[in-house]
Write a protein that binds this ligand. Structure first.
Ligand code: HXC
Ligand code: NAP
Length: 290
């Protein structure tokens, strides 16, 4: 059983909100479900594996005593997405928030991928997101209800990254979708934002992106100025703020939370962080000597 997150918002901040979280049975989605429950929301989690969803609902009910349920849904299938919306309305009479968190990913040289392998990632990540956005968005527009959509992307959605090309392509699509609809649907009271996390340890991501050999080669913590991976509660404080009415004036933003990781990879001279004081004495001498 997990422990309660230390959250900055007061415990009624999401009172009366109904939140649907895709991929909510594991990893960051599960943490998001917990954080929303801690702040008074009613939560529905969804993914493909019923036994995982059932176990998470049970665990989070015991931990928070709050109102959580699940519905099996493959986000790639628009019909299943419509059934998910119908089930949510049946259970809670309304829905206020959609979190697009479900994803598929693994590292591989792109030339090794079949079109099916490329499809599978893009379909879960991008198609899954626009299926949710269209289904829930149309409902909110029809009933005239204010609502919020939050999507989880990643920093390489804007920088790109070798060896995760289907994921980078799909996440970049979500960024475009988020910024476009933030403008188009603002008039309906629907706001859309995204979060771009750096590495936050989860079983799902670590097993597919940092297998032992890669972890030892990459030494991923060294790539982060703050010298450590993100903590789930740090991300949950950002997530719950962006879902709450306190952030009502934030619309169309992609908020990075990565300890400065992508900037460290980008700056021309950032690799000189490895130089010792003696190295710098030598460098200074060489420069001043010119
Ligand atoms: C090359 C591969 C492969 C690999 C699968 N395939 N793994 N190709 N290298 N390592 C190919 C298969 O051969 C097949 O193509 C196609 O991909 C589909 O594979 P299946 O195993 O049949 O698919 P499925 O069982 O549906 O599983 C989908 C999955 C799996 C995406 C492959 O990993 C999954 O269920 N993932 C869900 C959770 C997840 O990925 N979480 C991590 C998110 S982390 P062929 O042509 O051979 O049939 C994340 C973090 C981002 O996004 C940022 C971090 C900093
Ligand atoms: P995770 O635990 O593997 O979460 C992915 C979830 O997506 C799983 O619960 C999975 O459940 C669900 N899913 C996959 N395919 C689905 C489908 N077709 N329909 C419905 N649900 C599906 O990994 P995570 O690390 O928590 O990742 C969560 C999100 O954060 C992802 O969007 C990821 O890209 C993003 N992210 C993570 C990190 C990180 O460091 N962890 C960094 C940046 C961004 P089922 O298998 O049961 O369907």
């Amino acid at each position: 059983m997990g422990t309660v997150f230390p959250l900055m918002l007061s415990s009624e901040s999401l009172q009366n909100k109904v939140v649907v979280i895709t991929g909510g049975g594991t990893g960051l989605g599960k943490s998001m479900a917990q954080a929303c429950l801690q702040l008074g929301a009613k939560v529905l989690i969804t993914s493909r594996k019923e036994e995982v969803l059932r176990a998470t609902v049970q665990e989070l009910k015991e931990l928070t005593g709050a109102d959580i349920t699940y519905c099996v849904c493959d986000v790639r299938d628009s019909k299943q997405m419509e059934l998910l919306l119908a089930y949510t309305l049946e259970q809670f009479s309304k829905v206020d928030i959609l979190v697009n968190n479900a994803a598929g990913n693994f590292i591989s040289p792109t030339e090794r991928l079949s079109t099916k392998a490329f499809d599978i990632i893009v379909d879960i990540v991008l198609k899954g997101t626009y299926n949710g956005v269209l289904t829930f968005g149309k409902h909110w527009i029809e009933v005239g209800q204010k609502a919020t959509i939050l999507s989880i992307v990643t920093t390489y959605a804007t920088t790109g990254s070798a060896f995760v090309v289907p994921s980078a392509t799909a996440k970049a699509g979500i960024v475009a979708l988020t910024k476009s609809l933030a403008v188009e649907w603002g008039r309906y009271g629907i706001r859309l934002n995204a979060i771009a996390p750096g590495p936050f340890p989860t079983e799902g991501a670590w097993s597919r992106l940092f297998p032992e050999f890669v972890a030892s080669k990459l030494n991923p913590e060294n790539r982060i100025p703050t010298g450590r991976f993100g903590r789930h509660e740090e991300l949950m404080n950002l997530v719950t703020y962006l879902l709450s009415d306190y952030s009502e004036y934030i619309n169309g933003e992609i908020v990075t939370i990565d300890g400065g990781e992508w900037l460290q990879g980008a700056g021309e001279f950032n690799t000189l962080l490895d130089l010792s004081a003696d190295d710098w004495n030598l460098v200074e001498k060489q420069i001043r000597g010119k």
